[in-house]
Design a protein around this ligand. Sequence first.
Ligand SMILES: *[C@@H]1O[C@H](CO)[C@@H](O)[C@H](O)[C@H]1NC(C)=O
Ligand SMILES: *[C@@H]1O[C@H](CO)[C@@H](O)[C@H](O)[C@H]1NC(C)=O
Ligand SMILES: *[C@@H]1O[C@H](CO)[C@@H](O)[C@H](O)[C@H]1NC(C)=O
Length: 572
Amino acid sequence: MRRPGDGLMFKRGGGGVGTHHRHHLKQLGGGFKGLFGRLPIAVIVLVICTVSLLSTIKRSSNQPVSRSETLWETAASGGWRPSSAPRAYWPPPPKESNGYLRVRCNGGLNQQRSAICNAVLAARIMNATLVLPELDANSFWHDDSGFQGIYDIDHFIKALRYDVRIVESIPELRKNGKTKKIKAYQLRPPRDAPISWYTTVALEKMKEHGAIYLTPFSHRLAEEIDNAEYQRLRCRVNYHALQFKPHIVKLSNSIVSKLRAEGHFMSIHLRFEKDMLAFAGCLDIFTPEEQRILSKYRKENFAEKKLVYSERRAIGKCPLTPEEVGLILRAMGFDNSTRIYLAAGELFGGERFMKPFRSMFPRLENHSTVDHSEELVENTQGLLGSAVDYMVCLLSDIFMPTYDGPSNFANNLLGHRLYYGFRTTIRPDRKALAPIFIERENGRTVGFEEFVRRAMLKTNFGGPHKRVSPESFYTNSWPECFCQTSTQNPADKCPPENVLEILDSRLEREVTSDSDKSGEWNGLLLYLVQLFRLFISCGVDHIYTSYGLREDNCLLMHCPKHARIKMVFCVY
Ligand SMILES: *[C@@H]1O[C@H](CO)[C@@H](O)[C@H](O)[C@H]1NC(C)=O
Ligand SMILES: *[C@@H]1O[C@H](CO)[C@@H](O)[C@H](O)[C@H]1NC(C)=O
Ligand SMILES: *[C@@H]1O[C@H](CO)[C@@H](O)[C@H](O)[C@H]1NC(C)=O
């Protein structure tokens, strides 16, 4: 399988040949030598041209979609493609860790997934060694497979080797022949905690105790972070490092190929389940007995709130019924030959609600109808079933969530499909559709399909689009985790392809290089100047340099004439 975004990286600045002033060269040499002199230097010089990210980004938005046929293709990319490799200097995790970070991720499969991304980022921010995240034995799914039961651990650790050190458990300390356990100090992070909480409160405790244990750990690190490199790390975790175990991938692939054998197919996350209906509080369409069950569930699980059905409905707060989903698809031009994979838990209200949908779209499948293997039959409700549904929805030609409120499954998939190459999603705008449905129920059916179509045409079908709060970074990682291959704007330009090699050699050097090679400096310096001249054309007196090592072993040069272009020489 091709993995988009693998191995991409540094942005490159404009070319042009410039002159260089001797005086500057000398000055540069002196500062350079003084600062670099005692450092172990491997021969390599990396040229990283960081280009100001402040420049404007062209925001492409809704592409016109006319007929359902075009929806089977991926959405228009506007020249963007996924890329989550670092684009600025990104050193390997430091040799000296500040301590161990343990986290306990609660919630279902997908809530845990974003928590794992946050845990990796938190460990990076703190220079900590991450202990493999603990996944809550899930009371809802009755499942305790844990991280090793769901994800490929070796791949996870290897994929993140440039970012954080990861261990499976806190090792025991040996001192004077005795073994000693480090006891992790337990902390409860604030919801959506800022980075500063990790670098102060949490770090202090970590240094004091050697290890900390953050629990619970869902939504414990702010999603909007003003640091694109950190956001890209989240994408590397979410879309590259977190891979389901081989047997889950195999099972999902076999389901997908069976479905594909007869042409394209659509997946729908039909969120018409007890918990969601109780949460939304839209009870009137149910029988008194069903209403009693939902009210009871609501009372037991959610905060008390007065919810009036007609009001909730009118503002699009009620989950779409299966019938409404069918009506939308039909209005958009999908016919009864459309093959649909349903990812859903147990549908509430049963066949009564499914019937009208089934009569419009009879070719319905789910993981149990496509695959009859023991494995799924035994664990159809557990994390395995959920993981398989996730994969099938990821790979399907079209994905349609029916409720995008607090559904981590749908939200994560929207983000993943965007990253996976702008795969089409259909996101009904329930607020715009509600009045149209209400009119229809009141007998005004004329023009119904046209109204639905018009409302739907205003939505985004999975192309690049601006993230607007409360949309989550995990739902839409554009533009941080995307780049363009041909663009006028250097800030968006896709980097060359040999990035992994660069990171690899850097990591290697971190481990092996000890010898002092400062004698190579003179030749190196000349080489740097040549490179700089190659890259930028600048007036003789106007080259500014940051004189050598900033904390990250890099020398920064720039020229006021080309304010957006900076060049960094890094030495290791
Ligand atoms: C982590 O290490 C980097 C250098 O490797 C350093 O710049 C940074 O300040 C460190 N951060 C913390 C929180 O220790
Ligand atoms: C689909 O609809 C057509 C009429 O529009 C009908 O003839 C056909 O039998 C239907 N197919 C299925 C599988 O229901
Ligand atoms: C799959 O569909 C079949 C038939 O429609 C149904 O009996 C079964 O409960 C569904 N399974 C799941 C897990 O939804």
